[in-house]
Design a protein around this ligand. Structure first.
Ligand code: MIG
Length: 661
């Protein structure tokens, strides 16, 4: 049951599609005072949720802030990442789902100030609050997701393995990457185009010198069964004669500063303007621009820098230059040296700048900071709504870096600029269920790690987890070690791991679609299914994937295996050398399982079915009808199997059939 409460005069976010009647607030489990909601947490209570955030599946013991931020250091001392996902569940003696709907910052102090107290403090006293009670966390998630609407569904090919790298700058370079994969028979479906495909980082342009005849190149890649996926940035280059800029300026579609002039900020292309994504007309205009690339055969995009990231504002830059001169002649000591250092570092993503420009949203003028968390959401929504008109018959791949709940209807997200660290593989694992709770099903992290140099074993282990995530993309930053699998001596092993993805595809797609169409989760914490098992509830590095299997990825360097907790007897299926080895049933309890590099292990639940295909070198080769069904137990339940053509926008649960043994 959901109860809705309105505090002050909230700004509509369009997160919730169907709103129940608002009720009169009364302090109950949660009390409201001094613009904060507080409640006591029981010792054993677990707090799930918050989507994209640092730390564990259980969010207790830290203070988080919903404030979309471009911060490439996802260390555990941080409070905000790229998304703002204000939904959580308290799971103790009773259960409670909480969604705080407001477009600006919210602080979630989950036992940080006082270990036993939850304190939720929105930036202003204007917000909507939804309290959902239910029988189980699963039940609460379903009710919540029904309120926020169906999750985005990408085309089937977008589940294939994709290669990306910041720095790919010519058609020739991309041809080479594709050639290496195909020659080594390593499956692949997509290559991502990062900012260097553009002409001087101008959205919707293509560098004519390095990508001559882009449409023909897109077509050539399609023949190789490769989809090219270009990046689109939130900022539009301020350059005379650049049509997107000129049009935006003339029509008044850019965000304005206090004086009513176009707000100017620095991002990749240098000086930029921000399309007012929140404004219906401006958003529609920006969304229609994707047509330029659609017309050249493109059918997928990733939206970046849409927190929005601000390297500097024109004003901020001026101030820094003025101050820097003051330091020039000084003896920089303990006080002044660090102030000097911070001066330049503080120029990016500065709160002052977020308070210095305005939107025209739903007919009213708003200072950006009051609606900050909606920018990436509305950028992605603008694109998705344009696609509905421009490509009514097919699904277009779309995912974003910044997000707010509600955006999950329009696109997926990737988990941003992680690092090639083992701890970030673990973070990737832990974030999957939290994101799923908030409706973000099509998601994944940069496999191998974005920043810093990867290692061969990290990449293998990360791929061995990445085979399960809907977005399976290897991406790395400019200047880091090359990360295409063909660059490693262990390429054959990596190829075998990637092949597992294609064998699992019928199951993964089916589970994804059932989660999307049925408001469920694809990845669940063990506590969601084995809520009465006190040990299972504390497991932070194993997940249930769909209804049939559990996964327990290796996330430590030099481990030859790991301890796995089995909440019930399960059968170990080991993918090795392109084959599936059925091992003995592991009894309930802890078990040490050997997992040498290159093995992918799944734990099959009793009386469930795991359908597998033979695989393929791209999604078009995967046979979704000739399946081998793995199972064990005396009372095997039928498997509800979803398949469709993978492109039509029309999808519903009538596309399911039942597989039995
Ligand atoms: O600030 O386009 O998260 O995936 O490679 C860096 C360059 C800008 C950030 C994205 C990353 C991408 C990079 N972008």
């Amino acid at each position: 049951m959901t109860k809705r409460y309105v505090f002050g005069s909230p700004i509509e976010t369009d997160a919730i599609l169907c709103k129940p009647e608002a009720e009169q607030w009364e302090n109950g489990r949660l009390s409201y005072q001094e613009n904060a909601l507080t409640c006591e947490m029981e010792e054993e209570e677990i707090v799930y949720g918050l989507g994209q955030a640092v730390r564990g599946i259980n969010k207790r013991g830290w203070i988080y802030e919903s404030n979309c931020t471009d911060d490439p250091q996802h260390t555990e001392d941080k409070h905000s990442l790229y998304g703002a996902h204000n939904f959580l569940i308290l799971d103790g003696e009773s259960r409670l789902g909480i969604f705080v709907d407001t477009p600006s910052r919210v602080v979630f102090d989950i036992g940080y100030t006082d270990r036993r107290t939850l304190r939720i403090a929105p930036r202003t006293p204007d917000f909507e609050l939804y309290l959902i009670s239910g029988e189980s966390p699963d039940d609460i998630v379903r009710q919540f997701r029904k309120l926020v609407g169906r999750s985005y569904i990408p085309p089937l090919w977008a589940f294939g393995y994709g290669q990306s790298r910041w720095g790919y700058s010519s058609a020739e370079e991309i041809r080479q990457v594709v050639k290496e994969y195909r020659e080594n028979h390593i499956p692949m479906d997509s290559v991502y185009l990062d900012i260097d495909y553009m002409e001087r980082y101008k959205d919707f342009t293509v560098n004519q010198e390095t990508f001559p005849d882009f449409a023909a190149f897109v077509e050539e890649m399609k023949k190789e069964n490769i989809h090219l996926v270009p990046i689109i940035d939130g900022g539009v280059k301020k350059e005379d004669g650049y049509d997107v800029y000129e049009e935006g300026k003339e029509k008044g579609y850019f965000c304005k500063d206090e004086q009513g002039e176009d707000f100017v900020l620095g991002v990749w292309p240098g000086r930029c303007c921000l399309p007012d994504m929140l404004n219906e007309e401006a958003g529609r205009w920006f969304g229609r621009k994707y047509k330029i690339l659609l017309d050249q055969g493109i059918d997928g995009f990733w939206n970046d820098m849409n927190e929005p990231a601000i390297f500097y504002s024109e004003k901020g830059l001026r101030e820094v230059f003025e101050k820097i001169d003051e330091y020039r002649t000084q003896n920089l000591d303990i006080k002044t040296f660090f102030a000097f250092k911070d001066l330049v570092a503080g120029i990016s993503n500065n709160p002052k700048d977020y308070a210095a420009f305005y939107h025209n949203y739903k007919g009213r003028k708003y200072c950006h900071e009051t609606v900050h968390n909606l920018f990436g959401y509305y950028m992605t929504r603008s694109a998705a709504e344009a696609f509905e008109e421009l490509a009514p018959d097919k699904r277009i791949l779309l995912f974003s870096r910044a997000s707010y709940i509600g955006m999950h209807r329009y696109g997926g997200i990737w988990q941003g600029d992680n690092n090639s660290w083992w701890s970030h593989l673990l973070l990737n694992i832990r974030m999957m269920p939290s994101l799923n709770m908030c409706g973000f099903l099509y998601t994944g992290a940069d496999i191998g790690g974005f920043g810093a140099d990867t290692t061969e074993d990290l990449l293998i282990r990360w791929l061995s987890f990445g085979v399960f995530t809907p977005l399976m993309r290897n991406h790395a930053a400019q200047g880091t070690r090359r990360q295409e699998v063909c660059r490693f001596a262990g390429r054959d092993l990596m190829g075998e791991v990637i092949r597992v993805r294609y064998m699992l595809m019928p199951y993964l797609y089916s589970e994804f679609m059932k989660a999307a169409l049925g408001d469920g989760m694809m990845f669940r914490p063990l506590g969601f299914v084995y809520g009465d098992d006190a040990v299972a509830r504390r497991v932070e590095d194993q997940l249930l994937l769909g209804d049939s299997i559990m996964i327990a990825p290796v996330h430590e360097q030099n481990a030859a295996g790991r301890t796995v907790y089995l909440p019930e007897p399960m059968k170990l299926l080991r993918f090795r050398g392109g084959q599936v080895w059925e091992e003995a049933v592991c009894p309930k309890g802890h078990a040490y399982v050997e997992m040498p590099l290159g093995d992918v292990c799944v734990f099959l639940r009793e009386n469930r079915i795991l359908p597998l295909s033979k695989g393929g070198e791209h999604m078009g080769e995967v046979d979704f009808s000739n399946l081998r069904l793995y199972h064990f137990g005396a009372h095997v339940q039928p498997y509800v199997y979803y398949t469709d053509d993978g492109v039509s926008r029309e999808c519903d649960l009538s596309h399911t059939k039942t597989l039995t043994v």
